[in-house]
Structure formats: structure tokens, C-alpha cells
Design a protein around this ligand. Sequence first.
Ligand SMILES: [Fe+2]
Length: 908
Amino acid sequence: MQNMLRTQIHQSTAASQCFFFLQSPFIHRSNGVGSSSSSLGFRRKHNFPKKKKISLSNIKAQSSETIAATIDQKDVTVKADITIQLSVGGFLSSIGLSHGLDDITDLLGKSLLLELVSAELDPHTGLEKRAAKGYAHKVKQEGDDVKYAAEIVVPSDFGDIGAVLVENEHHKEMYLKDMVLNGMPGGPVTVICNSWVHSKFDIPEKRVFFTSKSYLPSQTPSGLKKYREKELESLRGNGEGERQKADRIYDYDTYNDLGNPDSSADLKRPVLGGNKEFPYPRRCRTGRPPCKTDPASESRSSSVYVPRDEQFSEIKNLTFSATTVYSVLHAVIPSLETAVLDSSLGFPFFTAIDTLFNEGVNVPDLNTKKGFLKNILPRLIKALKDLERDILAFETPELILRDKFAWDRDEEFSRQTLAGINPYVLKLVTEWPLKSSLDPEIYGPQESSITTEIVESQIKGVLTLEEALKQKKLFVVDYHDTLLPYVNKVREINGTTLYGSRTLFLLTPESTLRPLAIELTRPPSETKPLWRKVYTPGHDSTACWLWRLAKIHFLAHDSGIHQLVSHWLRTHCSMEPYIIAGNRQLSAMHPIYRLLHPHFRYTMEINALAREALINAGGIIESSFSPGKYAIQLSSVAYKAWRFDQEALPADLISRGLAVEDPTAPHGLKLAIKDYPFANDGLLLWDRLKQWVSDYVNHYYPDPAQIQSDHELQSWWTEIRTKGHADKKDEPWWPKLETRDDLIGILTTIIWVPSGHHAAVNFGQYHYAGYFPNRPTIARVNMPDEDPNETQWKMFLEKPEVMMLMTYPSQIQATKVMAVLDVLSSHSPDEEYLGETIEPSWASDPIIAAAYERFTGRLKELEGIIDDRNANREFRNRHGAGVVPYELLKPLSEPGVTGKGVPYSISI
Ligand SMILES: [Fe+2]
């Protein structure tokens, strides 16, 4: 083991404890996965012919079941072309005994039974018209698609086809993509399915698929009413029993599955949701049995149920998010953990951090998985040809690639509150002194120790504090009240610490921010009195180093709040109730379901994976972030302040004092900071989303009274408020749903969360946090001047770098987080970006198709505006020497880690 880095912090001599192995040759940054660019043009993946209405009423009726019998020449023979997608583990996989039986079923030509359902009931009898049936047989395979075909005789008085019932005669489920029914007088009818169809041997109930025409409930054609209601009933389920893999049931439960008390008492966690202490959004109910040692907790399982159609990991081409995240969590992280015995081992010296990028990490266990992991994670796992082994090597993050010293500068520290990955926390200071609302008896004085004198000494005579306040020039990121109640608890955990913190900034005439002070507070405990101190950018070496350390503490707090609140709680977690309610209450033929569905895709599965290995007891977040086992509880504390209405970007900006209403300003808002890249680009995107939603809503609800009478829509909104976000059901701020404007506001807010909001906090994670000194997730030791002892203070004075490395994450913490952030920041090769591809149901209505085309055009324009802004020297928060341009809200992206691209939904 030559070239082993020598640790200076820990006196470990065990070779296995220091796992950085200097590799040669150096690995250089590649351009990411692929470099193909896609145009923003109105790209149609499907070519769906328009459906014309032609009456068949003059065609003589005839039974359709006897295909071989004499066919009246006025009957119509419909040729159905069906596309099944190859899947891993489903039908047509080579696994399982039933494969042979299914081959025979195919040979006999009885593999899928289709029943066409007339849109209208028989006008004479008021009964359902007899369904036209026929078996589909396998025709050919084209790549991953398997084509089936059927011929079905449709009686002359059948009318329009409204739905198709499907029965899968195989022993295994099939992934049905679409059906095209040719031969109807009105032209081909397309039925988009994209759904798993269970085997009739598992569930006897047939599946129903509706055509792409959307109907409000009151407009449902008579022949489809029964199917519309039955399908929703089936999706809601009965709320009982453990959910099985083939189920398509959407139901609610609390977060009682994060702990694992049966495995260890240390892994018991409180139930989040359904109680006053820990309010929380609901997750999807899985119905697993309770734990033996704690009946309030649900037992854990190796795979977590999500409704069948939310599971995409088994379909080829849609494997990226689930597979890559799963591989990092289940293969790379455990390999890292086995490679290092001392999980508290820090980096031996500062430059050792660079070896992660230019030399890689030798993780012996990776070689047992050689090839497999390299194919899935080509960015992370590199082969060393001369040494014939795979290593874990990180790409140099964009921030460091552009400016190696950016992480240490105060200007960059401030800039990232406006253009970094957590642009949701900065607030205008409106009262002085800063004040806590915590109980002073328990937590000490409510007034902050950042005094007027401290601030004025930093402003340096340019302004008085009063003037700065009056001119709206003081801003703060205030984590004091959120964190302080956890400080003493967290300090009982080995290897971490915590403070309450506040960071104060001054707005300069150039529209940039300058940090003035960081206040760190330790509340009183049974053994120690209150301790708090205000740090300012120093003018001597000791003060400079203390300031640097205080910034590390603040950044660890900010990393936690970013990940737990801005990212997890406010996007991933809050979306799940909208998705569950959408599937339970809005029919697949409801226009609002069809508007929202692209924004729902893949989220439940990625959230299930997060509950399994990221936010669970002992998971990545708990083991690598400052609050440790209290991390996810902090997101519950933050949920207390969560408000649906303030998830709308304009309302969010106003609530933080970052904007005021101004009818004369663009978007009707005047920003408090002119160059606020997230807000400036975000508002443009918000306006475009709102325009598209308005066009859509106005088309489907020409009469505003239809909104109040739409019982599916009303049930959906009621359920979001009373079941999905049940702990908030009595809040007065929930918007009403009575007018078109109400609906447009609600839908734009819901759509903004998985698109603009999620993109802003997700896809820049590796750019900014991949180099952990810029955003450490944990600060492991206290400030050297908190209760200093002589030895510690002496060490700080002699070698402050050592104190900094002791404060930073350990080697294992840093590399685990880097591997996770790398994959979380990635776009899959078939990512679905806003405005890129039209949904078949949108395309089938010419008015909606035209509105979508306008939306696409406006998004294309947004790309140009963002490029222009990034090239403008006046915008110093997004342009300048070594500055990473702000591209997080540019709609399109190439695959890989690009720091841009706004997908429809949260898939990673
Ligand atoms: Fe995410």
C-alpha cells in the first residue's frame, strides 16, 4: 500500500482505516453521460390521428362474439394493434415457471381478451350495449416492444368506442403501452395505457382503459359512467390488509415506518403525522404488520409497496432514477462502509480532499461487483486499466472547476443564498433586534446578541443600522428557533454538535450581499449555562479562523435545512398527498387528472426509496448530517410553519419580505434584491406555468359554475386538505376552490412544486455540495472558544487547519454524501422536461395542443432570457470571474449532472 496518506488528526495506524489510495494515472473530468442535446421544438413522441365523430346509427346491429359467423357487410371489423413493453420480471421475462404456459397461451392465440365498450348506452333500453370482444395474438417483436393484434367485429349501432376492457390471459402481468383501433368510420382510436395489466389468475377483475378524450364528471358519456366510478372505487381500495405488488391501491398512512425498533431499540423513531407534536404529510399506505416491540411502528420490508403503476424500475428505458439511486444506496455506500473501520476518521490534511477527485477512492469491495456497478454508474465508478480494478472517483464539481477558491470567500457564501441550491431561506429583517419566540425560561433571552454596535461596526459608517433597516438592506437566514430546542439533545450523540444560528447580511448597492455576523447559541442545560457568541469577518488571523469555523457550523445547519425542508419536506414529501388524492378522486378521463399526471410520475417510487434508505433510522441523512437521529423530526418542526398558499412562488417571496406587490412591476411584484437569480428566473417560469394552466382550465371549464359542481374535483381538493395534509386540515389559509382563478392558483402551485421548486433545490446539489468544504453536511466539534480548555485552544492556535478538518465531515460521511448527491443531481437519458413532449391527451384536443405549443414557445424564450442574464455583467450574482451561471431553472438539459433542466415531475 504505497502512497498511503498519513493521518494527522487521529493516531490510527491501521492501514484499513485510511482508505485513500493514490491512484495513477490521474482521472480527468469527462463531459458527463452523453452530450446529445435536444431541441425545444414541439416534439411528438406519438403520432395520434385526430378522432372524428361519425355516427354508426345507420349500420345494422349484429352480435360481435361470433367472428367466424356471417358478418353483415355494414358491421365494422376493427383491427386492434396493441403494444406491450418488455419488462424485467413481468411477462416475457425468462424468469419463472409460468413462462412456458404463457408461450402456449400465445400459440393458441388467446393471450389478451379485449372488449370494446360503447361510449353511450342503448337509447332504447337504457342498458349497456353488448361489448364487442376479441382475442389478441402476438404478431412480432420490435426492440423492446412486442406487438399484438386482434380483429373485432363491431355491431353497426355501436357508436363511438369509449373504453376498452382488457383481460390478461397469461400467468404474468404485462406492461401495456397503448392500443390503436383501426377501422372505425371516424378514423383510428388511440387508447394510451402505460400501465401494468395483472394476470387474470391473480386478480379476476378486468382492467378498463378510456380513450384520450377528457370529460368532466357531468359530461361523462352514459356508457362510461359505471366504469368511471368503478375504477375510482377500485383505486381507493378498502383500507385493509397488506398491499401486494400487483395492487393499484392509493391510500394514506402516517410516517411510522422510518424506525426499525425490532432490530434495535436505538432505531426506534416517533410516528410523524397524526399527532400534535409531530405533524406531517401522509405517505402511501402499505399495510405492513406492526413491529413486535413497538405496535405504533410499521415493520419494514426489503421492498416497499407503491401502487403498481407508480413502479417504473422494472420497465426498460425507465430504469434510471430508481436503479442508480438504489445502486448507490445498496451497493456503493455499503462498500464504502466496509472499506473504513473508523467511521469518525477525518481528512488528514486539507489537500487530501482533492484526492477524491483527481485520484479516486480505492474501495476493495467494489471489485466484487465489477462491471455491474460500472455500467449503472459510469460517472462514479471508473476502471483503472493498468491496475485492473474499479475505483470510486468523483467528478470535480462545477463550483471548484470554475474557481478553486470560491468556497472560502464571503462573497460566494452570500451569493449562494440567492443563486445556490437553498434560495428559499433568506428573509428581510423587519424588526430590530432579531427576536426569538421560544420560551425564555428554557432557552434564554429572546433578543439576539447581534447588537446595533456590532452591525454598525461592520457597515463601517456607510449607513446607520436604522437607515439599513429602513432602506431594506438587512437580510437574515435565521435557524435559531428551529434548531435551538434540539441543541442539547443532539449534543448527547457522539460525533456531532449543534447550535442555534443566525446569519446576517447587508445588501450592497451592486445588489450583492455581504455577510455581517453569525450568531451561534447553546441554550442552558442542567450542566451548563447559556453560551452564545457573535462572529464577524475578522481583521486578524484568530478572528479570521473563528469566522471560517462559524461559517462551517452555519453551512452544516443550512445543508440540513436544505435537504430536510426545502428539498424533502416541501417537494418530495408534500407532493405525495396530491398524487394519492389525484388517483383516488380524479378519473383517468378527468381533464385535471390528465393535466397533473405528468407531474406525478415516478415520485411515489423515489419517495419509497427515500424512506427505505435515505431518511430512515440510521440512514444516510441521520449518519451524515448534524442533527443525527433528530434530522427527520426537524422536518416535522418545519412542517408546522408550512402553508399550501405560500408554496406559490410569488406568495413565498412576499412572505419572506423578498418581494412586495406592485401592479406596475413585471409579474406584479417588486423584488427587494434586484439581482436575485432564483426569484427572477422563477417568476418567469411561474408566469409561463400559470398561463398554460389558465388556458387549460378555461378550455375545460367554460362555465365557472362547473368548478363547484365537479364532484371529483371537489373531492380531490377536500381529500388533499383533510386526509393527505390532515394535520393542517383546520388551517384558515387553505385556498377555496370555487372559481376558475381558485383552480388556476391551486394547480399552478401544485405544478410549480415538482417542476421549478424541485429543480431549483435538486439539480445543483453536486455542483455546490459535491465539494463539501463549500457545503459541509455536519459540523462535528464545538467552536474552539466555547468552554475552551487550554489544550484545545493551544491546538487551534498552533494548527487551525486541524480544527477545521475535525469540524468537517469524516471521510466516510463526506464520500457517502458525495456519492448520493452525484446521483441525485443527475438527469436520466430519457428525462421528461417541461414543454418538451406533449401528452397524448393534450395533443388530441386541438385547442389544448395549440395552448401547449404556445407554452413550449414561451419556455424556449425563457432559455434565451436566462442565457442573456447570465451573460450580463450587471448581474454579479450570476456573472463574473469564476462564477457558476444560474441555470437551474432553464427548462432543458442534456443527460447527466448539468445544473440545469426542469423536469415535469420529481423522479430523483
Ligand atoms: Fe429530489
